[in-house]
Ligand binder design. Structure first.
Ligand code: SF4
Length: 442
């Protein structure tokens, strides 16, 4: 009996166009460690679609790294009934090339995810079919149509997926790839709408998953690995969940250690901070954003740097390390502001930092504004949308000046001594939390 097969392909890995930044990324330990974790995070969107694929189909997952030269041959060798590809903007051209190879071999292709959603017209030129928005509501129809050879050019649900009764992702498909951490989503979207952020709007409003579903997913991960380190694939965990008590409880009961992303306002929620570290949260990424812009850009979470740093100190004082996320190259960036940022990062109390260049991703208000101002660099197409390449004309610096300033900044703030200082901060935060917990148990 013929069993149809869907091959899921996630365009994974970190790409950097700027050769000097790429070299730095390979030599500075703080950067290489984080990069190796990020590039091995399983593609949760595809695992979720696999989880709702009917049992009369078989599935496989390929995580395609940038240097994966025999990718097309590997996919073709599986004789797929459907090739479902997901890609971020930086890998979109590679996804288009792969789709071309599949279509010339008469294997149908479907494209989904953030890039497909923000550029459906462009994507349609390369794929048999494009899914716009959440994939879950339309996936059963896509599969049925693929089986009968009647794939439509586009699929788009009239309303966002509710998350009230979500499918459990097929984590087992990723287990053979030996990820450093599994990913799990507790909510989708973000209410704050910063103008550089596509994730907050493109897939619909902010929604939360019932804790019973989160518990089920944690159980599914626990059944295949005992290394329970998880990265929550949320845009902004705790964004709108009242006191978040039930979420913290279910995470804490599972015994996992987890990393997540939120905004600085959690530092002003003492009830949440009382339970955050005890729930297994080791580190939270928080957008400090930029020293040159406070507004516009930060959306509704705009605040003075002092207030944000007070919140950061409160989070770290509760036993959770803050990974301060900084965007470099916003309007007004200058050599002087880069020097100021360097001094700040070398002395600030943050236990971890992340630096990226401002990038006008499709579908964001930032891109619309820069396009109107004629500042997008045309010859730097999607492969440059890596977060480490300059893709638009800065206001006070030339492109080359911003590139060299960013390189100097990275070399300085990720050097061995700076990383050693942050490592000391991280160790102290976690040690003090353990001591407090032991004292309470006595
Ligand atoms: S707070 Fe974070 S997730 Fe929310 S809109 Fe801003 S950048 Fe996006």
């Amino acid at each position: 009996m013929f069993v149809p097969k869907v091959v899921f392909v996630a365009m994974a890995g970190i790409r950097v166009g700027n050769e000097r930044i790429r070299q730095l990324g390979m030599t500075l330990p703080a950067l290489t460690n984080r990069a190796s974790v990020i590039e091995r995070l399983p593609s949760l969107g595809l695992l979720t679609l696999a989880g709702m694929t009917p049992p009369d189909w078989t599935c496989s997952l390929i995580e395609a790294m940038p240097d994966d030269d025999d990718l097309a041959e590997r996919v073709l060798s599986e004789h797929p009934s459907l090739v479902a590809i997901s890609s971020l903007t930086a890998s979109a051209i590679r996804a288009y090339e792969l789709a071309g190879r599949m279509r010339s071999a008469h294997f149908p292709t479907v494209f989904g995810g953030l890039h497909a959603t923000s550029c459906p017209d462009e994507s349609s030129a390369y794929f048999d079919s494009v899914v716009i928005g959440d994939g879950e509501p339309v996936w059963p129809t896509v599969l049925a149509d693929a089986q009968f050879g009647t794939l439509r050019r586009r699929y788009q649900s009239p309303s966002p997926f509710s998350l009230a009764d979500p499918p459990t992702p097929r984590f087992d498909l990723a287990s053979t790839l030996r990820p450093a951490r599994f990913t799990l989503q507790t909510q989708r979207g973000c209410p704050w709408a910063c103008d550089f952020c596509g994730a907050s709007r493109l897939l619909g409003p902010h929604r939360t998953k019932p804790v019973s579903s989160i518990a089920k997913e944690l159980g599914a991960i626990g059944a295949i690995t005992k290394r329970l380190r998880i990265e929550l694939a949320d845009d902004n965990t705790f964004a709108g969940r009242g006191d978040s008590g039930s979420l913290l409880e279910v995470l804490g009961e599972s015994g996992i250690r987890y990393f997540t992303e939120s905004d600085w306002r959690i530092g002003e929620r003492p009830r949440l901070l009382e339970r955050l570290a005890a729930s297994g949260c080791e580190q939270v990424l928080i957008g400090i954003e930029s020293l040159v812009f406070r507004h516009p850009g930060m959306g509704a979470k705009e605040a003075s740097l002092d207030r944000i740093m007070d919140a950061v100190n409160a989070v770290q004082g509760s036993g959770v390390v803050v990974n301060g996320c900084i965007i470099v190259g916003a309007d007004g960036e200058s050599f002087e502001s880069l020097d100021r940022l360097e001094a700040f990062l070398l002395e600030c109390p943050l236990g971890e930092i992340q630096l990226t260049l401002e990038t006008p991703f499709p579908g964001t208000p930032l891109r619309s504004r820069l396009a109107k101002e004629g500042r997008l660099i045309k010859e730097r197409g999607w492969p440059y949308y890596t977060l480490f390449d300059v893709t638009h004309q800065p206001t006070l610096l030339s492109v080359a000046e911003l590139e060299s300033g960013f390189e100097r900044l990275i070399s300085s703030v990720f050097c061995q001594s700076a990383e050693h200082r942050r490592k000391g901060i991280r160790r102290r935060i976690w040690r003090e939390f353990r001591q407090r917990r032991m004292q309470r148990c006595k």
